[in-house]
Design a protein around this ligand. Structure first.
Ligand code: SER
Length: 875
């Protein structure tokens, strides 16, 4: 079976067990402060497990894109070195939400592996949770008994909390698990050591393939386990590992999931796969990392300098670095693999296909820029080594500088060092790294207390009423304290709320809750998974009463305008630039809207104007909103809703149209009842933010009006200055032309005049200590003084001259000393000018023969010249 066929059998099997098949959620997570990337199939269902979200189906199955590169589940360092770890991988999973539990989960897993895929049961081992004292949990006897009915008891192994109690992160849904392992060694090896002794021992051929988690608890921030109201099943099977088993390969990388990529890397780099362990690791790393980066970009996460974007950037750089160091490839290689990946996986993951161009371009730009940095870093390294002077150690500080400024991983620096028989002070490096981590940890650290329950939540929890009303009677269900280094605030969860929580680019609402005389400001509203969290800086005196909640109406109104304008503009951009325009980021607040989208060239003034016109015409048409709340996803797609990529899977969605033929989008944001409310729309900037990504900023309503007023006022003021001439542009151009002619003329006259005084000055020279001294105030500026000084230099031999001048209300000094004079008398122009500049309340400097200074006080010019003379006399 091909990998695609294997994936299908899984989904078909669980369809036959009444499971609903859903698409993979995005790999990049937007609304969860505890998680940057999807690290398991269950992430998208976290809220259902916790009881924060209703479920649509009680049984679901899918294949989920996962990325394990940070936090609790991080496989980055393993990748490439072994044959079965990946950063990005697919996880096949089936779920029960309060429906079936251990018995069916175990029986079906077994049926699928041994009946459908015909895996020899002899090869399989299973584990069950052996209990944990610190959590007060006993062994999972139930699971044991269900397994006993299927497999001989010597195939069942008890496991510790580390292997057999699954947790998503530090907090969240969790529970005991039962894993299925497979022993792929040959018979001779099996005779030496029994498979059961190698389970969970990191043996490359005795590996876990499926994990069945029985979710029963929520791990609180305090570390306590709290039982969930219902019991759930979460299973996850590594798709690449399963494929390896079915295709009888020794390594995941030898399957048809990776081989097309590996062959292409070998072809492009001219390094055959299988040639050496070192180059093989590099090839595997590149194949793996390309997948992670490509899928992340398809999900809307571009490489950048912060958070998730930075993680992606580092993964990509790691791939470039392996290609550079081990395959000797100094040109972009990773981006050349995108087309192979798209061919291979684009059918099941259409987001890859539709954005192939963008993915390729973004990766290529990143590669080019990192390759430049690599070259610079290597140069820097060479310079450093040249200065080592017999010393054999590269300091930790320097290694850290390479790491921090040039993105050099420490193993690269160590490798380069060992090639020169040098060592790196790794301890010193680690110290710096730790210090840096501490700095950012401290800056970002958030201390979350556990929730304090005020009212039990009944059916209602965070019901959003803010599409229809801006005020509401609410009750606080629970609150918690959040402490950061700088401040302390509280998060409140209401039963119902008119406050829009930041999401989909639209900022959170502000406003107030009040009871009697007490009025507390809601500073912001944020979304955590499906919960709306209201931020306040202090708690109400009695959190248990019913409050009146009111949204700041003006802020909301302006924000809403900008959100609707974003939709209109998105449609207009597609019309003007083409269908490749795809939203890549959006910010909507009360001031303006910011919209990032894929497009490969700078927009011309004409295109910008066109977009503005289209939007403004739609505004004038006063198109009424066509809103469909809570409709099935399929229906939305049939209606022609814009691509869902980057949206989270959810069965019921909201569709916003302003003339369905023109603009129709899936959107949770707030929108105007009719477009006329926007009044007017203006684009105020357009530029690039990354390869293939443009950013527009635009304004509406009051802000657009104020902006236009300002523009008109400016023109009006200019017209007045020009005595209301008819063709104002021509008048300005004439002035500019005239001005440049006059400027040249002035310069010429200055020069002439200055040179004319040359002879007078030479005549007026004095004798001091046997040399010529000229000290004078002149007309002109620093340039004139310099010209004059150099003109005189040609006429005199043994001299010191000082010029003072006033220009633009400021004072200036210039000193020149002939060479022999500075040698014989130790007169130094630079030193003299420092003394003299004090008289004009300024400072300056220069060479021993020529120096200049500027100062605030033109009244001191005479004194400054006198000072130089005095110093010259003393010399
Ligand atoms: N959540 C479990 C895992 O990731 C099973 O899906 O292993």
């Amino acid at each position: 079976m091909t990998s695609a066929e294997i994936r299908n059998t899984f989904l078909e099997f669980f369809t036959s067990k009444q499971h609903q098949i859903v698409p993979s959620a995005p790999m990049v997570i937007k609304n969860d402060p505890t998680l940057m990337f999807t690290n398991a199939g269950m992430n998208q269902f976290k809220d259902i497990f916790l009881g924060n979200s209703p479920m649509q189906y009680s049984r679901i199955a899918d294949s989920q894109k996962c990325l394990r590169v940070s936090g609790k589940h991080n496989d980055l360092e393993e990748v490439g070195r072994d044959t079965y770890h990946h950063t990005m991988f697919e996880m096949l999973g089936n779920w029960s939400f309060g429906d079936y539990f251990k018995k069916e989960a175990i029986a079906w897993a077994w049926e699928y592996l041994t009946d459908v895929l015909k895996i020899n049961p002899e090869l399989l081992y299973v584990t069950v949770f052996g209990g944990d004292e610190s959590d007060g949990l006993g062994i999972d006897q139930e699971a044991y008994d269900f397994w006993k009915a299927i497999v001989p008891e010597d195939k069942i192994i008890y496991g510790s909390k580390k292997d057999n109690f699954w947790e998503m992160g530090d907090t969240g849904p969790c529970g005991p698990c039962s894993e299925i392992h497979i022993d792929l060694r040959d018979d001779a090896e099996k005779k030496e050591i029994a498979g059961r002794d190698l389970v969970n021992e990191d043996h490359p051929e005795v590996i876990e393939i499926w994990n069945l988690v029985f979710i029963e608890f929520n791990r609180m921030a305090s570390g306590k386990l709290v039982s969930l109201p219902a019991k759930h099943v979460d299973t996850g099977m590594g798709f690449e590992r399963l494929t390896r088993v079915i295709q009888h390969k020794k390594s995941n990388y030898d399957t048809d999931v990776f081989m097309p990529l590996i062959n292409e890397i070998a072809r492009l780099s001219n390094v055959a796969y299988g040639k050496s362990e070192e180059t093989d690791i590099a090839i595997r790393v590149i194949a793996d990392h390309l997948r992670a980066v490509a899928f992340a970009i398809a999900d809307g996460q571009l490489p950048s300098n912060a958070k998730a974007g930075y993680v992606i950037r580092r993964i990509l750089r790691r791939a470039v670095r392996y290609a550079f160091t081990f395959l000797n490839v100094e040109e972009p290689l990773v981006s050349q693999l995108v087309s192979v990946l798209v061919k291979q996986m684009g059918d099941f993951y259409p987001e890859l296909k539709s954005q192939a161009d963008l993915i390729q371009k973004v990766i290529r730009e990143e590669e080019l820029s990192f390759l430049r940095t690599l070259h610079q870093g290597i140069q820097k390294f060479e310079n450093y080594v040249a200065k080592l002077d017999g010393n054999k150690t590269i300091s930790g500080d320097f290694a850290f500088e390479l790491y921090d400024t040039f993105g050099f991983p420490i193993d690269l620096t160590s490798l380069m060092a060992s090639e020169k028989n040098l060592e790196v002070d790794i301890n010193g490096f680690n110290k710096q790294l730790e210090a840096q981590k501490n700095r950012s940890r401290q800056a970002a650290a958030k201390d979350l207390d556990d929730w304090v329950v005020v009212h039990e939540s009944g059916d209602e929890e965070s019901v959003f009423s803010g599409y229809d009303s801006l005020s509401e009677d609410i009750r606080i269900l629970r609150y918690r304290r959040v402490k950061t280094k700088k401040a302390e605030h509280f998060q409140l969860v209401f039963d119902r709320t008119p406050f829009y929580a930041e999401s989909g680019g639209q900022v959170g609402d502000r406003g107030w809750i009040s009871y009697g005389d007490e009025r507390i400001a809601i500073i912001d509203t944020q979304k955590e998974n499906n919960l709306s969290v209201h931020i306040v800086s202090k708690l109400p005196a009695d959190p248990a009463v019913t409050f009146k909640a009111e949204v700041d109406a003006y802020k909301r109104l302006m924000t809403t305008n900008n959100h609707s304008a974003t939709h209109l503009m998105h449609a207009a951009l597609k019309e003007v630039l083409g269908d490749h325009v795809e939203q890549k980021g959006s910010l909507v607040n009360e001031e303006y809207l910011r919209f990032d989208f894929s497009h490969f060239a700078k927009m011309t003034a004409e295109e910008i104007r066109k977009v503005e016109h289209i939007v403004n015409r739609r505004i004038r048409k006063n198109i009424a909103i066509d809103e469909k709340r809570d409709i099935p996803m399929d229906e939305a797609i049939e209606m022609g809703a814009t691509a869902l990529f980057g949206e989270k899977y959810g069965d019921r969605v909201r569709v916003i149209a302003f003339d369905p033929e023109f603009s129709l989008e899936l959107c949770g944001g707030t929108h105007v009842p009719a477009t006329g409310q926007l009044g007017s729309f203006r684009i105020i900037s357009e530029g690039a933010i990354a390869a293939g990504i443009r950013r527009i900023e635009a304004i509406t309503a009051d802000k657009a009006e104020a902006y236009m007023d300002e523009q008109v006022d400016t023109v009006q003021n200019v017209k007045t200055l020009f005595k209301n001439q008819k063709d104002i542009v021509k008048a300005v151009q004439q002035l500019i032309d005239q001005n440049s002619i006059l400027q040249k003329e002035t310069e010429r006259l200055h020069k002439e005049k200055a040179l004319a005084v040359k002879d007078d000055l030479i005549k007026a020279k004095e004798q001091i200590n046997g040399f010529d001294f000229i000290g004078s105030k002149i007309d002109g500026d620093a340039q004139a003084a310099k010209d004059l000084a150099f003109a005189i230099k040609g006429k005199l031999k043994n001299f010191l001259l000082v010029f003072g001048y006033e220009s633009n209300g400021k004072a200036g000094l210039t000193i020149m000393v002939s060479e022999n004079l500075s040698k014989e008398k130790g007169l130094n122009a630079g030193q003299l000018i420092r003394e003299a500049a004090k008289e004009i309340k300024g400072g300056g400097g220069g060479q021993p023969h020529f120096a200049s200074a500027g100062g605030k006080d033109p009244n001191g010019i005479e004194a400054a010249i006198a000072k130089v003379k005095e110093l010259a006399e003393k010399a």
